[in-house]
Design a protein around this ligand. Structure first.
Ligand code: MN
Length: 258
């Protein structure tokens, strides 16, 4: 039997199941809001062109309007100044978009402190129990934040001092980018940096280090709680937008049924 036939057989037989890690796209999908004076991307919306009526008697179709960085989406290297000479989203090799998932459960820490920052020591401790971060893998940070994904106010968690959502420390971002064999990281929050990422050095260190080192980031993931710490495979499928700095994407995980 070929390897692909084995996977297809396991899917059909139920030994492997598909978990959809994607948030649904609509005009209410939560989107990052930059502080003044920076202009923001538009939200996702559908614009009806016909609906089995005079403009199209037998068909219904829409135009879609969206920013690149809306909903569950990937950041390509050219999104950040440190990756300005890197790949756009259409140029990311597909082999980098399919790989093993390393899932860290940070729910307890983030429930206690929404400004929680992942440190190198946390990852080192995970590696003692689970083995080293995998070549071409994706480190997925489970925080429980996906429970807010239908409520923009709770999801962005903004007060007078800014947004309070978890992320990665500057040193950990540098270490993940420069010293691990990952393809990228995935988070449940609106961006790959913490809500207070602007206050770190460099500002927005996950963007700065990962995108500057040909690694990628995925945001607004859901259902990471259905994945084991190791052993799942994820498939990330952004639109190949020529020159694009990112794209909404569908993210699936293949998981052994245990
Ligand atoms: Mn983005």
């Amino acid at each position: 039997m070929t390897a692909v036939a084995a996977i297809l057989g396991a899917l059909r037989g139920g030994e492997v199941r598909v978990v959809d890690l994607t948030n649904r796209l609509s005009e209410t999908t939560p989107t990052l809001t930059l502080p003044e004076p920076f202009p923001n991307l538009i939200d996702f919306s559908l614009d009806q062109v016909s609906a089995y009526d005079e403009p199209g008697p037998f068909w219904k179709h829409h135009n879609i309007h969206t920013g690149e960085h809306v909903g569950t989406h990937i950041d390509a290297p050219v999104h950040w100044v440190s990756g300005r000479d890197g790949l756009d989203v259409s140029q990311i090799p597909p082999e980098r978009l399919v790989g093993p998932a390393a899932v860290m459960d940070l729910t307890e820490q983030v429930t206690a402190d929404p400004d929680f920052l992942l440190e190198v020591d946390h990852v080192r401790r995970w590696e003692v129990e689970n083995g080293g971060l995998p070549e071409g893998g994706w480190l997925l940070l489970r925080t429980g934040w996906d429970r807010f994904a239908d409520d923009e106010e709770a999801f962005l968690n903004t007060d007078a001092t800014g947004s309070h959502t978890p992320g990665v420390s500057a040193e950990c971002a540098r270490w993940l980018a420069e010293e691990t064999p990952l393809s990228g990281i995935g988070v449940e929050t609106v961006g790959i940096d913490a809500g207070r990422g602007a206050e770190l050095d460099p500002p927005f260190p996950a963007h700065y280090h990962l995108l500057g080192n040909d690694k990628y980031g995925i945001t607004s993931l859901q259902r990471l709680g259905e994945l084991p710490s190791t052993g799942a495979m994820i498939i990330v499928s952004p639109l190949p937008i020529v020159g694009g700095t990112g794209s909404p994407c569908r993210v699936f995980a293949l998981v052994d049924r245990v």
